[in-house]
Write a protein that binds this ligand. Structure first.
Ligand code: MN
Length: 548
């Protein structure tokens, strides 16, 4: 079912033979665009245009237009709760997808995403007119739309697993789904109050974390702020008010500091684009509640973003910044050398800026910026998109695979949906530590991870044979909590030993826990099989039958 049920309104449409390019739309039923519809379509194409200009996408507009017309016709008599024509919604979703620079098939599927569920259109029709790729995407989204999450109930968790599978088969399905949710959240005001609360909670518990995991921060932040505004309207207004109080001063401060920095960077030959960065209300709120801080104790409200041309310039820029303003100890983070699990890369530092005020600065290249905003979507475009500029993808290509792999692992191994949900929470919300193998490879883990997690991350066998570990050259207990920068060496036994049940209490990551459980499951299966066979043989012998 669609997230918002379409209601049937009284809009009538007169078919007129006024196609602009009749020969190109031979398979599309005839339809003229109302003025309102033409405007919607050109809004969408305006976004496409923006990204075509920078050479990163190459959209087949005729196909997109055909999908638009198909959607207009099939949603013709439907209205949204707000009273608007339903077509506003699929176009809204397609616009968000276009903003992520997704491809033609995704834009078509976004436009068509509610047609099979909510209108007389069939999946076969969609396939016939738009091909297999689009039909498969529409089908994927339709299936996901049938799933609703109320809470962390088992049934919901089971649904979540289905979602993971859909994602693993084609990430574009979840990207459309996220865009769908975002558009629905933007227009949530028209819904009944209880429904608003349910949707907002689900958004905060399920969709925002997925966006985070996929590295799509542009969507994550907006989803969070919209859900926050719905769930805690008063707190939202409070924080918004506080942020706005000194907004002008803050923006002014960042701008002046930025101009100064720009001149200094230019002097050493680094070209930079410097901008202020707005903090998101929900992130301020969660910082206040999580760390028990008052609003005025959150000192990184003033933030600056520095975009440069190359990785080398990132490090060059941070050198200049630290020579101009004193860095706050412990606040410099190198997520370029050590990307986060969701492919995020940047240098972070906080300095005591001009006027003695703390200033948070992020330094990144343009590619890194796209990754930070669009995550997997950006990665996918850089790597496979038709507009890819032939640059090698950043090294985190692996992260995407790693992510998909863990999704599939979970799906296959976790029998208990409730446990799945708990694991997901752990994996999504924990901070990360970065440790090294003896060869200097970086591995990232959830905070609190132990040498056992590290061993299982590298290889299942390595985990099973682990007897101890050395951290920075010293033997440590297996429950040792890894810290960023540790060099970890796993000590193994020569012969196959298998894990110990106690390890389940020690490990922190889903992967390690699953591998250990799997080992025991297999072992007990072998036991059961063995005793079953013996029992059968005994009975057969008793009955005087040959025990083969
Ligand atoms: Mn929808």
């Amino acid at each position: 079912m669609a997230e918002e049920h379409a209601t049937t309104g009284g809009m009538t449409r007169q078919p007129v033979d006024l196609l602009e390019h009749p020969e190109q739309h031979a398979t599309v039923s005839r339809h003229d665009l109302h003025e309102f519809e033409s405007r919607l379509l050109s809004d969408l194409f305006a976004i496409v245009e923006e990204h075509t200009a920078d050479g990163r996408t190459d959209i087949d507009r005729e196909r997109v237009e055909a999908a638009f017309i198909f959607a207009c016709e099939h949603h013709a008599d439907q209205r949204r709760k707000s009273g608007e024509d339903f077509i506003v919604h699929p176009v809204g979703v397609a616009k968000i997808c276009a903003g992520m620079r997704l491809d033609t098939a995704t834009l078509c599927a976004a436009l068509l995403h509610d047609t099979v569920e909510d209108t007389s259109a069939s999946l076969d029709e969609v396939r016939e007119q738009f091909g297999d790729e689009v039909a498969t995407l529409v089908d994927g989204v339709t299936k996901l739309t049938g799933i609703t999450f109320q809470s962390r109930d088992e049934a919901q968790a089971e649904n979540y697993r289905k979602m993971m599978v859909a994602m693993a088969s084609d990430l574009r399905v979840i990207l459309i789904k996220l865009a769908d949710r975002l558009h629905n959240m933007r227009t949530i005001g028209a819904m009944a109050k209880q429904k608003q609360i349910d949707k907002a909670r689900e958004t905060l518990e399920i969709y925002a974390p997925i966006a985070h995991r996929l590295g799509i921060h542009a969507i994550k932040w907006e989803l969070e702020d919209l859900a926050f505004a719905t769930l805690h309207p008063r707190k939202y207004q409070d924080i918004k008010g506080l942020v706005n109080q000194q907004r002008i001063e803050r923006e002014d401060y960042v701008e002046k500091a930025g101009q100064y920095l720009n001149r200094e960077l230019e002097a050493v030959g680094i070209r930079a684009e410097i901008s202020g960065r707005a903090k998101h209300f929900y992130s301020i709120y969660s910082k206040m509640t999580r760390k028990g801080r008052e609003f005025n104790e959150i000192y990184d409200l003033t933030a600056m973003r520095v975009q440069v041309d190359s990785v080398k310039d990132c490090y060059g820029a941070v050198g200049v910044i630290h020579s101009l303003w004193k860095p706050l100890p412990g606040r410099f983070k190198d997520f370029i050398a050590m990307p986060k699990f969701n492919m995020y890369q940047s240098l972070h530092t906080t300095v005591i800026g001009p006027e003695g005020l703390p200033l948070e600065i992020q330094i990144r290249t343009r590619e890194m910026h796209d990754m930070a905003e669009f995550g997997v979507a950006a990665h996918w475009i850089y790597k496979e998109g038709p507009g890819a500029r032939g640059k090698p993808a950043p090294p985190e290509g692996e992260s995407k695979l790693k992510w998909l792999r863990s999704m599939l692992d979970w799906q296959q191994e976790l029998q208990d949906p409730k446990e799945f949900m708990e694991n997901l929470k752990v994996d999504l919300f924990d901070e990360e530590v970065f440790v090294f193998t003896p060869k200097g490879e970086v591995k990232s883990h959830a905070a609190g991870a132990t040498p056992l997690d590290f061993a299982y991350e590298i290889h299942t066998e390595l985990g099973h044979r682990c007897v101890g570990a050395k951290v920075n050259g010293k033997i440590v207990p297996l429950h040792y909590q890894l810290k960023s920068g540790d060099i970890v060496e796993v000590l193994t036994s020569k012969r196959e030993r298998g894990p110990s049940r106690d390890w389940l209490a020690v490990v922190k990551t889903t992967r390690a826990r699953n591998k250990i459980k799997q080992w025991f499951k297999q072992e007990s299966r072998q036991d059961t099989e063995h005793s079953g066979r013996t029992l059968l043989q005994e009975h057969l012998t008793k009955a005087g039958l040959p025990p083969q």
